[in-house]
Design a protein around this ligand. Structure first.
Ligand SMILES: [Zn+2]
Length: 81
């Protein structure tokens, strides 16, 4: 799913060791507030739930995201030179 690639920074399926699917969103996105206050990283029991959570994510302009996006922009500018 292209949308998922665009929104997700990391996707770690740790169900085999008794954990959840740990999903971290890319800078500039957070999980929506209806998910127990979870923000940039959340755990899900199933792939279906994880996909739904990612699709419900919303833009985020917190200090961490803003700094990460600015750093990424700076790196891109440097690459162009
Ligand atoms: Zn943020």
């Amino acid at each position: 799913m292209k949308l998922r690639r665009d929104l997700v920074e990391s996707w770690d399926d740790e169900r085999a060791i008794g954990n959840a699917i740990i999903v971290a969103l890319r800078p500039g996105r957070k999980f929506s507030h209806d998910m127990n206050g979870a923000d940039h990283v959340a755990g899900f029991d199933t792939v279906k739930e994880a996909n739904a959570g990612v699709l419900r994510s919303v833009p985020c302009a917190c200090g961490v995201c803003t700094a990460a996006l600015e750093a990424a922009r700076r790196d891109k500018k440097r690459e162009r030179k």
